[in-house]
Design a protein around this ligand. Sequence first.
Ligand SMILES: [Zn+2]
Length: 66
Amino acid sequence: MSACMDARNAITIAEVPCPHCGKPVEIFDKDGKYAVNSVCDNCGFVFQAGEPSTLHNPGIPCLKGN
Ligand SMILES: [Zn+2]
């Protein structure tokens, strides 16, 4: 029932397009920030741990399927 609270500190693994080359890069999102450094295999761009994750959308509170 309270999946929203559980999700606060959970790490989400997702693929986001590299801002440099557009290739999907697997990132680890924790509470709206990158949990670890993720490096683009194609161009070497680094998603820095601690930076705001592009995955996170503050406009969407807690919608998870149905
Ligand atoms: Zn890239």
